[in-house]
Design a protein around this ligand. Structure first.
Ligand code: PMP
Ligand code: GLN
Length: 382
């Protein structure tokens, strides 16, 4: 029976689920959905086992296990030189996805507008629509996917409630620069706009550039929900633990939603992360670790394939243009490549509100070196 009044009539199953299933079906190397194919640190696995054996198997406190929130506050002090109150400003969630949903539901009312940059990660727009809000898409300018601050300024009016930022950016691999932050500070100065800042790839910033978290800037921090994910930082995407950092009055509203979406996130994982965070090396080594993978993968693509490799300043995604290979639409090409060549990628049009065709694919390079080599060998046949 078809559902006549879908709240999300144009939404199907996410491309990540579709492409991973296709990759499995055809035994393809899966560079589509973003997740690592290497082992999690054995120390962290031991900590999880230990926490379960110690009895951390019942509900965690609704805002999160306090020692974990305290360790996050310490980490924020080390990374961004800011004081954050773990009691009133940090909430543990079931992944960055839940945190994004909660933040959007907390602030968006029917007919409110939220500015989202196009292309964007796929969970933002549906959450805005479920809250009754309207997505205002502003294109990022290729080839560098830069922000056009004049059109952003022109799009802000009394209905605009928030801007959704994402740095490092999925899918383009770009990062916000100091000049972007200054522009942002300037244009929101006399507004009541909130910022939802998706910073799940905060530690995947390359070439000695810095991550411009909204938390570093008091003018931004006071109106921001900053969102993070341990899945990305500690190669544990299946554990689904993230967190939101926001000023007390925003955190209060955020928790009103969080408590009825999941109430609390898995207890033993929170206990394990709290212990693991005591050694900052565990996150300080991440940029170097992924930069090496980025460099290997880019070189392999450049030397062995007909893809044109776009810049990648952060995240674990590499965009490529396939215009020298075919003029097929990207979804068709991605499906054919999975079936015939045995490598799965994400067609970039799915990240656009209007399915724009730029002849781009997104590869995830959070993979073992062997995997990257095998993928490049297969892709060289195109
Ligand atoms: N934001 C972005 C930009 C992402 O790429 C992802 C996905 N992995 C998320 C949020 C969701 O993070 P999590 O897996 O922790 O829910
Ligand atoms: N964030 C991951 C990506 O962009 C996927 C997460 C998911 O499958 N929902 O590939």
């Amino acid at each position: 029976m078809s559902f006549a009044k879908s709240k999300l009539p144009n939404v199907g199953t996410t491309i990540f689920t579709v492409m991973s299933a296709l990759a499995n079906e055809h035994k393809a190397i899966n560079l589509s959905q973003g997740f690592p194919d290497f082992e999690v640190d054995a120390k962290l696995i031991d900590l999880v086992h230990q926490a379960m054996r110690q009895g951390y198997n019942q509900y965690a406190p609704m805002p999160g296990y306090m020692p974990l929130r305290e360790m996050i506050a310490e980490k924020l002090y080390h990374t961004y030189n800011i004081e954050v109150n773990p009691d009133t400003e940090i909430t543990i969630t079931s992944g960055g996805t839940e945190a994004l949903f909660d933040a959007i539901q907390a602030i968006v009312k029917p007919d409110d507008e939220v500015i989202i940059f196009d292309p964007a990660y796929d969970c933002y727009a549906p959450a805005v629509k479920l809250a009754g809000g309207k997505v205002v898409s502003i294109p990022l300018n290729p080839p560098h996917f830069s922000l056009d601050w004049n059109s952003i300024k022109a799009s802000i009016h009394e209905k605009t409630v928030a801007i959704l930022l994402n740095t490092p950016h999925n899918p383009t691999g770009t990062i916000l620069k100091e000049a972007d932050i200054q522009n942002l500070i300037e244009i929101i100065k006399n507004t009541n706009l909130y910022l939802i800042s998706d910073e799940v790839y905060e530690h995947l910033v390359f070439d000695n550039q810095i991550h411009h978290s909204v938390l570093r800037y008091p003018q931004l921090r006071q109106r921001s929900f900053a969102i993070y994910s341990f899945g990305k930082t500690f190669h544990t995407t299946g554990w689904k633990i993230g967190y939101c950092v926001a000023p007390p009055e925003l955190t209060q509203e955020f928790r009103k939603i969080h408590q009825f979406v999941t109430f609390a996130s898995p207890s033993f994982v929170q206990v394990a992360y709290a212990a693991y965070l005591k050694d900052p090396e565990h996150y300080l080594t991440i940029p170097h670790f992924y930069q090496r993978k980025r460099d290997i993968f880019r070189k392999l693509l450049q030397e062995n394939t007909q893809f044109d490799v776009l810049p990648c300043e952060g995240s674990y995604f590499q965009l490529v243009s396939y215009q020298r290979i075919t003029d097929e639409p990207d979804t068709e090409f991605a499906i054919r490549m999975t079936k015939e060549i045995g490598v799965a990628a994400i067609p970039v049009s799915v990240f656009y509100q209007n399915q724009e065709q730029n002849r781009l694919l997104r590869f995830c390079f959070a993979k073992k070196e062997d995997t990257l080599h095998s993928a490049a060998e297969r892709l060289s046949k195109l």
